[in-house]
Design a protein around this ligand. Structure first.
Ligand SMILES: *Cc1c(COP(=O)(O)O)cnc(C)c1O
Length: 371
């Protein structure tokens, strides 16, 4: 009997289990920050970033970073309509308004030209989300940001392993935020990381992350301002240390799985996948197949076919502006059009080639049925 194919599953080995066990046994008292410090160190080294602060989530890292930028009531923050709610929610926590613009047809990431036309005197930040590990056009966004004096920040939650013109995703903007949720390439169960190369900005966020207590403050229990509590635990960080020792392996496997799909799917008429241009390498967190409208293949048909084959189907993100709490931006053509003819493909570390072949078969039969 064929078994169910899940779409993601973490890869946890004896290494992670060993560190987590050690943290649970010994990581208390004087040693309660050991794994956290090591995890931050390993992460910085991997990225080539100057500073890193481990957090309880990417959402928390974004919230603190946006707060440190001074985003507040009445302000606007521009991001792509195609996104997970976690990229927009922190904007609303601060009383600001997310402004949703359309994506590029090829990368499914924010369209820089539309960013420029969406800027108003109230715009406080631009969030570049590297969707599914695909890369935003950071040079263009940086140029717009520099011209208008607006910081560009990176939600790199899905972009471990993604490299843009020699720089790792998350290290290019004012700050970067990562997620180690159980579905991500590198996981601690729940968790995140704030990353920056800016000395003063790091100090500011470090203070915020410690309930507003500045590093040099000698008075005990003395916050200088209201901050946040988005810390990662030592046990989680221990798992993260194990994952960091395997980070190249975890990324390489994602890219290998993606390469197999690409080899077998991009030759099919009317099917495209995550795009990767010459000056970038994508981490391939979430291999995704998009069908051209003419193929007649719909999201619903794909979901039904996957269910029948006992394979988890994961839909392409709905446009955030289609959700009940936001104002619909139907003019965002690609963000509204692509999800109806796309699907995310299973891509967990221990997936076999036979399982991948089953996924390819389902997609192929959907195409045949629709034509
Ligand atoms: C997973 C994800 C998040 C949220 O991460 P959490 O750690 O769950 O807060 C944010 N942005 C993107 C793009 C994500 O994929």
């Amino acid at each position: 009997m064929k078994s169910r194919i899940h779409y993601t599953k973490p890869s946890i080995t004896d290494l992670e289990v060993g560190y987590a066990t050690d943290a649970a046994r010994h990581g208390w008292g004087d040693r309660c920050y050991e794994y956290i410090n090591r995890f931050e160190e390993l992460f910085k080294q991997h990225l080539g970033a100057k500073y890193a602060i481990a957090t309880s989530s990417c959402t928390g890292a974004l919230h603190m970073g946006l707060a440190a930028l001074g985003v507040g009531p009445g302000d606007e923050v521009i991001l792509a309509d195609t996104n997970w709610i976690a990229s927009a929610a922190p904007i609303t926590y601060l009383g600001a308004k997310p402004v949703f613009v359309d994506i590029l047809q090829g990368t499914w990431c924010i369209d820089p030209a539309l960013v420029e036309s969406a800027i108003t005197p109230r715009t406080k930040a631009i969030i570049a989300v590297h969707l599914y590990g695909n890369l935003c056009e950071m040079d263009k966004l940086a140029a717009i940001g520099a011209k208008c004096g607006i910081p560009v920040i990176e939600d790199a939650a899905e972009a471990i392993g993604s490299i843009y013109r020699g720089k790792r995703a998350g290290t290019i903007g004012k700050f970067g935020a990562f997620s180690f949720h159980g579905t991500k390439t590198l996981t601690t169960g729940e968790g995140g990381m704030f990353v920056t190369n800016d000395d003063a900005f790091y100090e500011q966020v470090l203070t915020l992350s410690n309930h507003g207590r500045a590093r040099g403050q000698i008075k005990q229990f003395w916050p200088d301002r209201v901050g946040f509590k988005y810390k990662m635990s030592n046990v989680q960080a221990a798992i993260g240390c194990g994952q960091m020792e395997r980070v190249e392996e975890l990324i390489a496997r994602k890219r290998e799985i993606f390469a197999y799909y690409r080899r077998h799917l991009e030759c099919l008429p009317g099917v495209s996948m995550n795009s990767e241009s010459e000056d970038m390498i994508i981490g391939a967190w979430m291999p995704t197949a998009v069908f051209e409208t003419q193929t007649g293949v719909s999201r619903e048909a794909l979901q039904a076919a996957f269910a029948a084959a006992d394979i988890d189907a994961r839909v392409f993100f709905h446009p955030l502006s289609s959700l009940p709490m936001f104002e619909a931006q139907r003019g965002n053509f690609f963000a509204w059009d692509i999800p109806g003819r796309a699907i995310n493909l299973p891509s967990f570390h221990d997936m076999t080639q036979l399982q991948q072949a089953r996924v390819v078969d389902v997609l192929q039969s959907c195409l045949e049925k629709a034509s």
